[in-house]
Design a protein around this ligand. Structure first.
Ligand SMILES: C[S@@+](CC[C@H](N)C(=O)[O-])C[C@H]1O[C@@H](n2cnc3c(N)ncnc32)[C@H](O)[C@@H]1O
Length: 480
């Protein structure tokens, strides 16, 4: 993974905003007015101007006064505070006060979490349920690099989107940024640490210094103006029913109270089980009390708790197919745990019991040779609890049994993404890589041995169906 430059960028952004205090020559009156105006800005734009940053506000307001045709900034501020705040005036002000720093694939660990886990799980869930729709929102999208990065990721994960309804909404308060976003024409500054495939795959040169995003990606994103702190959202913008909301590097400019209000707004916007992704440095835990905090790889994401779902007739949704001939001979390479006894799926189980039941059923179906039905059970278990590494591991075993090695590898990586200490997944990956990538195979074997040596010899290895640490060590060539 490439080094992330978010930290130094945030430093630059913060330093730009935290300059020297007001000169002492400026009188108390002007200081008071600025303080009052800062409170007005916080209320109407969300932006926070602490006392040490009032000099910045003063500087910007001198520019704004010229643009708005006032004799001086004091008159301009007074006039703004005295009149009802119109969108036109707020927009003009926002375009001077906001920081639009952004670039493609910013914070790669977040994009990795989306690519490795959040999006594949969502896609699989929707595919399994037949509800082929996705709704994503990049709130505070600036000049579009973030929503376009999302659109590119989605295209790579779901190359054929026919039959899907996908909405990728991108909003910002700065109309100039939105205009630039719609043009989709970028200088090299928008590409810091891009993945190798990004520019050759999705951009064409436009003059000497710019790159233009291909139309097929540009046309997937819908841009709209939105002030995140305005009391009522515009009718017709349709921000509800979202599966993912990204709002990165914007909340850190807001007052605490406005940031909390905006996070509450995102909570309302999300579907149960939907994800909120904010910037790594801006998360105040008190804003997210309604969310589950989930660690995926190197990042923390926030998830709206799922509504209590019930599975009463999952077999009706995934009728077992009678395909006895597809059962492969057991692979010597991959550790397939013995199958535990079958549990009967009760009509209305609590969620906590649904996943183990479905996984048991998947094992039973796999054992009976019905790998398609077993796969469907795994997908359903994943749809109920996306964060259970055991479901991904079992799915990998079932896919491997079908000879679908690439998909099996993906599921194993997802399992390890959720639990990097899942020993059986390291063992399976080591076996799968053995003839194609010796180094990767060795790395996973080493990791499995290392983890096993930390266990008590008689300890049962998770997901290995009764195999102890010493037994597994012996099986994979380590010594007990
Ligand atoms: C630093 S950029 C973040 C861009 C992108 N999300 C990223 O992380 O790369 C912050 C953006 O927040 C927007 N913004 C600031 N206040 C806003 C508000 N009240 N409503 C909507 N957007 C706002 C700014 O216009 C700016 O484009």
């Amino acid at each position: 993974m490439k080094p992330d430059c978010v930290d130094w960028l945030v430093d630059i952004e913060m330093n730009n905003l935290a300059r020297e205090p007001l000169p002492a020559s400026q009188g108390q009156t002007s200081q008071d007015r600025l303080t009052q105006f800062a409170a007005w800005v916080a209320e109407h734009l969300g932006l926070s101007y602490a006392p040490m940053r009032l000099a910045d506000l003063d500087r910007v307001m001198k520019q704004v006064a010229v643009t708005m045709g006032y004799a001086d900034s004091a008159m301009c501020m007074q006039s703004l505070m005295d009149s009802a705040p119109s969108n036109a005036r707020l927009t003009l002000l926002a375009s001077q006060l906001t920081v639009g720093e952004t670039y493609f694939f910013r914070e790669p660990a977040v994009l990795d979490a989306l690519k490795e886990y959040v999006l594949p799980a969502l896609i699989a869930e929707r595919q399994a349920s037949g509800q082929r729709h996705l709704r994503l929102w990049s709130a505070a999208c600036s000049t579009g690099e973030e929503p376009y990065s999302l659109a590119i990721l989605l295209t790579r994960l779901l190359p054929v989107q026919a039959g899907w309804r996908i909405r990728l909404l991108a909003t910002d308060i700065n109309p100039q940024s939105l205009q630039q976003a719609r043009l989709a024409r970028y200088s090299r500054w928008s590409f810091r640490n891009p993945p190798d495939w990004l520019i050759p795959g999705y951009f064409t040169p436009d003059g000497n210094r710019h790159l233009r995003l291909v139309d097929s990606i540009r046309d997937r994103v819908e841009f709209a103006w939105l002030n995140l702190v305005q009391p009522e959202l515009p009718v017709g913008l349709a921000t509800l029913g979202m599966d993912i909301v990204l709002c990165r590097n914007a909340l850190m400019y807001f007052t605490q109270a406005q940031a909390k209000r905006v996070v509450d707004r995102f909570y309302q916007a999300l579907n149960p089980g939907g994800w909120l992704i904010v910037g790594a440095v801006e998360a105040n835990p008190t804003w997210f009390v309604n969310f589950e905090r989930v660690r995926l790889g190197e990042v923390w994401l926030y998830r709206k708790p799922s509504a209590e779902r019930t599975v009463s007739t999952h077999q009706a949704e995934f009728p077992p197919l009678d395909l006895p001939s597809i059962r492969p001979s057991p692979s010597a390479d991959v550790l397939v745990p013995p199958l535990p006894p079958v549990a009967v799926l009760a009509p209305r189980q609590p969620i906590s019991q649904q996943v183990p039941t479905l996984l048991n059923e998947a094992r039973q179906m796999a054992d009976a040779g019905n790998l398609i039905a077993a796969e469907a059970c795994c997908h359903q278990a994943i749809a109920i609890d996306k964060l259970n590494p055991a479901s991904q591991y079992l799915l990998a075993m079932v896919l491997n049994g079908q000879g679908r090695n690439a998909a099996a590898l993906h599921a194993l990586r997802a399992a390890l993404f959720l639990d990097e200490k899942l020993i059986v997944a390291h063992v399976a990956l080591s076996a799968m890589y053995r003839y194609v990538n010796e180094a990767a195979s060795q790395r996973h074997l080493t990791q499995a041995l290392h983890l096993l040596k930390q266990c008590e010899p008689t300890e049962l290895v998770p997901e290995a169906a009764g195999v102890t640490a010493s037994q597994l060590l012996a099986m994979i060539g380590g010594h007990t």
